[in-house]
Design a binder for this molecule. Sequence first.
Ligand SMILES: NC(=O)c1ccc[n+]([C@@H]2O[C@H](COP(=O)([O-])OP(=O)(O)OC[C@H]3O[C@@H](n4cnc5c(N)ncnc54)[C@H](OP(=O)(O)O)[C@@H]3O)[C@@H](O)[C@H]2O)c1
Length: 329
Amino acid sequence: MTTLLMNAVQYSGYGGGPDGLQHVKVPVPTPKEDEVLLKVEATSLNPVDWKLQNGLLRPFLPRNFPHIPASDMAGEVTEVGPKVENFKAGDKVVAMSNVLKGGGLAEFAVTKENLTVARPPELSAVEVVGLSIAGLTAHQAVTQAAGIKFDGSGKKANILITAASGGVGHYAVQLAKLGNAHVTATCGTRNIQLVKSLGADEVLDYNTPDGAALRSPSGQKYDAIIHCAMGIPWSIFEPNLSPNGKVIDVTPGPSALVSFALKKITFCKKQLLPLMLIPKGENLHYLVNLVKEGKLKTVIDSKYPLGKARDAWAKSIDGHATGKIIVEP
Ligand SMILES: NC(=O)c1ccc[n+]([C@@H]2O[C@H](COP(=O)([O-])OP(=O)(O)OC[C@H]3O[C@@H](n4cnc5c(N)ncnc54)[C@H](OP(=O)(O)O)[C@@H]3O)[C@@H](O)[C@H]2O)c1
């Protein structure tokens, strides 16, 4: 039997940045019993993809080299494992593979059925592929961590979102507004109009003194800060928080974890909460529906063919994406 080969992009060890990516032909993966095989129409990059290459979880992960990175994927089902019940060949879907398993920078990829969601025919792969990691992270931060409800119940919250022009932040602004929050957002000068157009009530340029201090133009104190930027110390957050305010840190480093523990054991009312994404298919389904209803949109920073994956990788490492970086195999 001849083995079907596909184009893929992989790396064979830690480090190397864009130059560490190799274009290869490898066998098309075979779905396990609870997995779906997709012909990938679009994948999107997230900082975790290159952070893993940098050795974020070295020496544990990636567990095996070579490693095909990227976990966001949207495409068409071509084959399903024997225990898959809800999908069949020909279905259009959006999906997420285990972050540590990756596989998205390839013409075909496998995902678990429980993290695969039907994609309405009117939505392109590009429009929804960013929902997997960035969208789900924003959803978890806004709902579970900040306590915002979409059904109008609960008090109107005052929310600050840092790096509101980035992959996570641009979804968080829109979701917080859907939850009827008052949203203040930080971004760079060039993205102020965009972030306002996403619904932010007040926008701070992070290059100005008020922006660097996270000071609300109208004197708001924040019930929650969804912190998608990096390198802002607690001393900047603290005076801007309401008495029971919390900082939800989506990139918690060692100092954030120490702050988290200290505030817990000293019963401090102002809290710092590290957030790690726990992806759920039902939430991805919810987000896809919001896009279908025109209530949520993906801002596309740039699109690259698979042959230019190194450029897409470099763009993500650069840290100045506006919305999502897409690769189309
Ligand atoms: N915990 C989890 O499970 C989880 C899940 C997803 C992501 N994350 C983490 O969340 C962080 C954000 O991810 P992302 O995908 O949103 O990143 P991203 O798309 O690469 O973010 C880029 C954006 O951040 C803006 N930015 C950078 N520094 C800023 C600052 N100091 N103030 C305001 N804006 C700033 C940039 O604006 P300019 O171009 O104007 O500088 C750019 O628009 C990353 O560290 C990622 O690893 C964690």
